[in-house]
Design a protein around this ligand. Structure first.
Ligand SMILES: [Zn+2]
Length: 182
């Protein structure tokens, strides 16, 4: 456990329930969520995104509360439950890997015209895989690599992840923002 407590001393712009897609797990109590997942949400997403929110100076949003998506929730949506968004949860006996335990999070901003600034701040964060969804206007972040990689996912790429360079990632952010490269 290496949460830097001093970081929690600054204003927190997020509430835990913003990171959980199934609100029945939050209210009346968060005890339905495994402790390691609550820890991972705070350590790997809430704290770094709070820093990014402060630097950005405007609202940062967990897109559709899509950070932790419980395994059974995924099955109920006809997904196979293999997403990193389950933080390694499976129905059967399954010991999550270190990567899986760190989960995943989808993030966006309220002021879409500032998407390039936001994407740049995300790229400077601690996240290892950064995938921009230009049509859905959000960025998926996770830790499932030892080095930083950028991806795009859109109808152009058959809705599959395609590796891109940082410069291309920024180009896609510019498309989202609706601003030509100048
Ligand atoms: Zn995602």
């Amino acid at each position: 456990m290496n949460i830097d407590i001093t970081q929690l001393n600054t204003k927190c712009h997020f509430k835990l329930d913003e990171f959980v897609i199934d609100k029945t797990l939050i209210k009346p109590s968060v005890t339905n969520i495994p402790a390691y997942i609550i820890y991972a949400i705070i350590r790997y997403y809430l704290i770094p995104l709070n820093d990014i929110r402060r630097a950005f100076g405007n609202a940062v949003i967990i897109s559709k509360s899509s950070c932790y998506r419980p395994f059974l929730y995924e099955l109920s949506k006809n997904r196979n439950g293999g997403s990193l968004h389950t933080f390694g949860q499976r129905e059967e006996e399954h010991e999550p890997s270190e990567y899986e335990k760190k989960g995943a999070c989808d993030v966006t901003v309220r002021v879409i015209s500032r998407f390039v600034d936001f994407a740049t701040l995300i790229a400077r964060g601690p996240f290892m895989r950064i995938c921009i969804y230009p049509e859905n206007k959000f960025i998926h972040i996770d830790y499932n690599a030892d080095q930083r990689h950028f991806f795009v996912c859109s109808s152009e790429t058959d809705n599959k992840w395609k590796a891109i360079r940082f410069e291309q990632y920024i180009d896609y952010a510019q498309i989202v923002a609706g601003a030509p490269n100048s």
